[in-house]
Design a protein around this ligand. Structure first.
Ligand code: TRP
Length: 345
């Protein structure tokens, strides 16, 4: 009896993990700490852990068709450099698994138009569009829901900005199950406690983002040491001199958060250690540690990125495993919805 109880404490039920990452070319420190690092952690816990380079999502805003395939390779090499191993997880290109687009359409039947209209990311991105606000941008969260629900995943590691999209996919799964029968799993988000919101170095009230920031405000994962040190030394700090987080010191708070995330400790610990330091010395320390932290990733990226045949082979291997799981789900979804020829009784 006691033995059984112990076992149930130690052996957690298998958890299926899914996440998607945009093929936006270069990745920055916020992407790395907020999401990619969680992927690596998940690959030994996930049963399986499934990660997709979401090229279909990339078409929801204006993009360069000639560059997209290269961006997919950039991102593939980046996540492999960070520590993903195609033999310990499923890594694939979204468009290689047709089930995503099919399920996206079918999920539209249980998605509220009003909910899509309330999505922050839709509002932000549509405000930025100069010409066309595509229906694809509006449907983006439904495709994202399809990504996860096609694998009946339990857990979705993401950055803080994806909270609302995960809530929506839970609603979609629950509405689907209520309407058509218990087929899909409503997933939970997994958002890191430290480092989920890395801010722009020049405008620390804004999230670090490839689209919104000027180059000086961002640290790219493949920046060389000089660039990293220069950017962190010239990071905007606030008035005052104490290395301590507070509402009116977003610049220093961001650097504290960055160092805490890099060291995988609590921000309090950083404040204690640097309680007697001046801003200048603190910035130098952060710069050195961030540079050391990213150096091995940059190095591996440099080795992996040129071999496109190897990257493609890894993606194809992943697509095959992904298809197996997703096509199973689709049999149930189509059957439940009455799509296609009737199922044999
Ligand atoms: N929308 C996510 C982002 O911008 C990317 C994404 C696409 C995703 N499909 C997903 C994330 C499925 C988690 C699960 O970061």
């Amino acid at each position: 009896m006691r033995c059984g109880r112990l076992e149930s404490v130690h052996r957690l039920p298998p958890v299926r993990i899914f996440s998607g990452i945009q093929p936006t070319g270069r990745k920055h420190l916020g992407n790395h700490i907020g999401a990619i690092r969680q992927y690596v952690e998940g690959q030994d816990r996930g049963d399986p852990a499934i990660y997709s380079i979401v090229d279909l999502h990339a078409t929801s805003v204006a993009y360069d068709p000639a560059a997209l395939p290269r961006y997919v390779y950039d991102t593939t090499a980046m996540v492999l450099a960070a520590g993903l191993d195609p033999d310990r997880c499923i890594l694939f290109r979204q468009s290689d698994v047709k089930e995503h687009t099919e399920l996206c359409w079918l999920l539209c039947s249980v998605t509220a138009h009003g909910d899509l209209n309330r999505m922050h990311q839709f509002k932000d991105k549509s405000a930025q569009q100069r010409e066309l606000i595509s229906a694809g941008l509006f449907l983006y969260p439904v495709l994202q829901a399809a990504d996860v629900l096609a694998y009946r995943a339990h857990e979705v590691p993401v950055g803080d900005d994806q909270r609302q999209h995960i809530e929506l996919m839970r609603d979609i799964a629950e509405r689907f199950n209520a309407a058509y029968g218990d087929v899909l799993v409503a997933p939970e988000h997994r958002i890191p406690e430290v480092g989920a919101r890395i801010m722009d170095l020049q405008e620390p009230t804004r999230k670090m983002s490839t689209t919104a920031s000027e180059e000086r405000g961002l640290i790219f994962v493949d920046d060389d040491e000089d660039a990293i040190v220069k950017k962190l030394k010239s990071a905007v700090t606030d008035s005052g001199s104490e290395v301590r987080r507070s509402e009116d010191k977003p610049g220093i708070a961001n650097l504290i958060e960055i160092l805490a995330a890099v060291r995988a400790v609590e921000p309090d610990e950083i404040e204690r250690e640097f309680s007697d330091s001046r801003y200048g010395d603190f910035k130098v320390a952060v710069a050195e540690e961030v540079a050391n932290y990213l150096a091995p990733v940059r190095e591996r990226y440099g080795q992996l990125r040129p071999d496109e045949a190897a990257l493609e082979a890894a993606l194809q291997q992943g697509a095959e495993s992904a298809r197996e799981i997703a096509s199973d789900t689709m049999v149930d979804v189509r059957g439940a919805m009455g799509i296609g020829a009737p199922r044999p009784a």
